[in-house]
Design a protein around this ligand. Structure first.
Ligand SMILES: [Zn+2]
Length: 502
């Protein structure tokens, strides 16, 4: 490595901001199908001078001499430098895997479908047998890339161990997140167990209704997308109305998304556009992209509201904060609180009644279906965290992990997850734990907001005021600090369990 100039922390932060902007704009172009080839490795190479061991050491020295918020800011900058060091090494391999995924096709009844389009299509096929057939084709095609996934995963893990000096991936994640993952998993397993009766009762009712009586007792996970749309009710939750209804929903709590110039909406339908909605905060609070692809069904509304929560959070951060505290968090647990609470509006019976012309009874039923799906996801994630702890705890001799994945997820959900999805169904850095912390926290926040505004919290502008004051803090606080601000113990799952019928 050449002896390049080491930047001061302030200089490093300002160049990191530019690097991040370029990276995110590139990721956005690929994600939305504007570009067919991912070239993020080229951007990483161009900013290579930011990501050196000398720079990392300089940031660490500054960090050790600092206190309070400054120390935290320098810690996050150092972590970004370390992540960049890892990425420089793996960017080409990561691009290669991404490009293989983009190029993968499945042949479904004479039609060549890109793998991503196939996964999206499964969710909208009306016939049970068709979903099984296309779901299986897509799953098998995806599993062909498992060796590439495993190679990349091991290489990344080695580099992270080396760059951070912490060889244990679980200890490393715990240090960054500032929580004990074992403790979190135990508390969540208990919450999940307390919700088993409620889950089993709702599951039986709604699986029959949505998947039909010819369904398997334990249906394949291919049907989850269809389930999330509440497909037989798709005419109620039409694709055409989703944006308008969501914008109106947000206006009711005091946010005018369409009038916020710093939030760019991309709602178009393109063949290579990923069906997963997302927010790309390229330069918060000035430029935040909200990307969705409506397919019809309730899930469109939920995905839009979820991403709107993220977008409003980033776009609502106080511009006076240093860049680090507007854009960089230790993990995703903070921003997911805000996506979860906005999405939670879609489980309010009153919301279904107000926007879809339903009777009170019908609205209550549909909101129960939405709650079932949410509980399914919660139980799936609690099981996923358990699985990921086992996976990372035994990396190297993880022979039985594919079966373990299937066993844990299937028994938690009553939906069959294929063993060979054990790598594709895993996000980096224990994202599952971040989601779960957000599940706990957003339930606490909802309880707090309800205390302040009442049962109609979901259409009360005071809800927006409460959220706005949290958004202004940007990415500075941890999820656990928000619990403190709200007066809850970070691991108090009471609000989560109470609001979900147990
Ligand atoms: Zn999210």
């Amino acid at each position: 490595m050449s002896a390049t100039a080491v930047r001061s922390p302030v200089e490093f932060e300002s160049q990191l901001q530019r690097f991040r902007y370029e990276r995110m704009e590139e990721a956005r172009a690929v994600r939305v199908g504007e570009k067919e080839v991912s070239e993020s490795a080229e951007i990483v190479a161009r900013y290579a001078e930011l990501f050196t061991r000398e720079q990392r050491d300089a940031l660490r020295d500054a960090e050790e001499a600092a206190e309070g918020d400054d120390r935290e800011r320098l810690y996050r900058l150092r972590k970004m430098c370390e992540a960049g060091l890892v990425e420089r090494e793996i960017a080409a391999a990561a691009d290669a895997l991404e490009n293989k995924l983009l190029a993968a096709r499945v042949n479904f009844r004479g039609e060549e479908l890109p793998l991503r389009a196939a996964s999206a299509r499964v969710a909208v096929l009306p016939a049970y047998g068709d979903r099984e057939e296309l779901g299986l084709l897509a799953a098998e095609r995806s599993a062909e890339l498992n060796d590439d996934r495993m190679t990349l995963l091991r290489r990344t893990e080695q580099l992270e161990a080396d760059v951070s000096g912490e060889p244990d991936p679980i200890a490393r994640a715990e240090e960054e997140k500032g929580v004990s993952l074992g403790e979190l998993a135990a508390v969540l397993a208990e919450a999940s167990a307390r919700l088993t009766d409620a889950y089993v009762a709702m599951r039986g009712r709604w699986l029959d209704r949505i998947l039909g009586s010819e369904r398997d007792e334990t249906p394949m996970s291919f049907h989850v997308g269809y389930l999330r749309r509440l497909s037989p009710l798709a005419s109620t939750y039409s694709k055409e109305r989703s944006v308008d209804v969501c914008l109106e929903t947000l206006r009711a709590i005091g946010f005018d998304l369409a009038e916020q110039p710093n939030i760019k909406l991309d709602l178009d339908d393109r063949p290579q556009k990923s069906p997963r909605a997302c927010v790309i905060p390229s330069d918060p609070p000035h430029l935040v992209h909200l990307i969705t692809r409506a397919q019809g069904g309730l899930h469109d509304y939920q995905a839009f509201l979820h991403e709107a929560g993220h977008a409003l959070h980033y776009a609502g951060s106080n511009d006076d904060l240093p860049f680090t505290f507007r854009a960089i968090a230790r993990d995703h647990a903070l921003t997911e609180i805000y996506s979860f609470i906005v999405e939670a509006i879609s489980r309010e019976s009153g919301w279904h009644e107000r926007h879809f012309g339903l009777s009170r009874e019908q609205a209550a039923q549909n909101s129960e279906a939405a709650s079932l799906v949410e509980l399914l996801l919660f139980r799936r994630y609690a099981a996923k965290l358990q699985y990921e702890l086992e996976f990372w705890g035994s990396l190297g001799e993880n022979g039985g992990m594919a079966d373990r994945y299937s066993e844990l997820l299937t028994s938690a959900t009553g939906i069959r997850y294929r063993p060979d999805a054990y790598l594709s169904d895993m996000d980096a850095g224990f994202y599952s734990a971040d989601y779960l912390r957000a599940w706990v926290r957003s339930s606490q926040l909802r309880e707090h907001v309800r205390r302040e505004t009442g049962d109609e919290w979901w259409c009360d502008p005071r809800t927006g005021d409460l959220l706005r004051s949290l958004f202004a803090e940007g990415t500075r606080p941890s999820s656990e600090q928000i619990a403190e601000q709200l007066g809850f113990d970070p691991l108090d799952t009471g609000p989560l369990v109470r609001s979900r019928g147990a």
